[in-house]
Write a protein that binds this ligand. Structure first.
Ligand code: SF4
Ligand code: SF4
Length: 319
């Protein structure tokens, strides 16, 4: 039995997450939220305190990590720069890609992206992705002797934080409202569905995004804004179908938290990771990430090969 098990509340994390619920609803604030706003705050504190016993992890998760967390928020300019939505969309994407982001996409705000009890009024979400170095990711699970994977995760959360803060400040300087959202501590915005809608990829069986170029080696941040923008399209390239035939993550997951069948979660059939099974191992293994590192899409160069094999398979189907 894990030392984290004692910190579980009576209610299952899967119940809080809406497993088995047939109606769509906003997600409940849960893990990576302030302890007083969620049911699992004590467990979260136990996990983060444990991880911070590693000096290397503690340094990256400190308020002043080596690379920094980005600039302070500036005042919104009273002068609004007038351009049309297509121009602004190009400009913000170019700005983000020139300022520490590896991926950027735009989607219209959906109330279901906002956690229960929070309010977000901006009509647009700009999602940002940064990639994690595979050499370090592939050393998962991290340990106190070799925390490389946990350190790269923290380091890239910091880069994603800088990227969204640079972008938010740029938008504010153009006279529009903007708010930056950086991980790992989520606030109002559930970034994952927004990133899927903005073209980052498909949801994988391991509960994270599969991107057509970087696989599962990405971390997210976001900016919400009232700047006029144009939404991107969702990117569907066969990853969901691939997951139905692949078991690399579910077989590799030590506590068996990854289900091989989709499940009903808040009105949607989707891949789902059992929180109650995952988190004790995630806690002990300093953030684990085995599932991300074993995903064949994450191995550099392999995504292109998988896309080619999916294209061949599709071509045969239609012969
Ligand atoms: S993080 Fe680790 S324990 Fe959790 S689902 Fe992934 S492989 Fe399993
Ligand atoms: S390891 Fe396989 S099943 Fe798991 S998310 Fe990646 S492609 Fe899907």
């Amino acid at each position: 039995m894990s030392e984290f098990t004692d910190c579980f509340p009576e209610i299952s994390g899967n119940t809080v997450n809406g497993l088995g619920e047939s109606n769509p609803r906003k997600p409940s604030p849960f893990f990576w939220h302030p302890p007083h706003r969620q049911t699992h705050g004590k467990l979260q504190k136990k996990v983060t305190d444990y991880h911070r016993q590693s000096p290397a992890i503690r340094e990256e998760f400190s308020p002043t990590p080596p690379g920094g967390r980005g600039p302070k928020t500036i005042e919104q300019s009273p002068e609004v720069v007038d351009k049309d939505a297509a121009e602004w969309s190009d400009i913000v994407k170019h700005f983000a890609l020139s300022n520490e982001s590896d991926l950027v996409g735009i989607t219209a705000m959906d109330p279901l992206y906002v956690y229960e009890g929070y309010e977000v009024n901006e009509p647009w979400v700009i999602t940002i992705g940064v990639t994690m170095d595979y050499e370090e990711l592939s050393q998962a699970p991290p340990s106190f002797d070799n925390p490389a994977t946990a350190v790269v995760v923290a380091k890239e959360y910091n880069r994603a934080a800088r990227a969204c803060r640079y972008l938010a400040n740029y938008i504010l300087s153009q006279g529009y409202y903007a708010k930056a959202y950086q991980g790992p501590y989520a606030s109002a915005l559930n970034m994952l569905p927004a990133a899927l809608a903005s073209g980052f990829g498909e949801l994988g069986k391991h509960g994270s995004i599969i991107n057509r170029t970087y696989g599962s080696s990405i971390r997210l941040s976001a900016v919400t804004t009232d700047m006029p923008l144009i939404a991107d399209q969702q990117d569907e390239f066969g990853a969901d179908d691939y997951c139905t035939r692949c078991k690399a993550c579910s077989n590799a997951c030590p506590p068996g938290a990854i289900a091989d069948e989709k499940q009903l979660v808040r009105g949607e059939m989707k891949w789902y990771v059992d929180f109650d099974k995952c988190i004790p191992y995630f806690g002990e293994a300093l953030g684990c990430a085995i599932c991300l590192s074993r995903c064949p899409w994450s191995r550099p160069g392999n995504a292109t090969n998988i896309l080619k094999s999916l294209a061949k398979r599709n071509a045969k189907k239609h012969d």
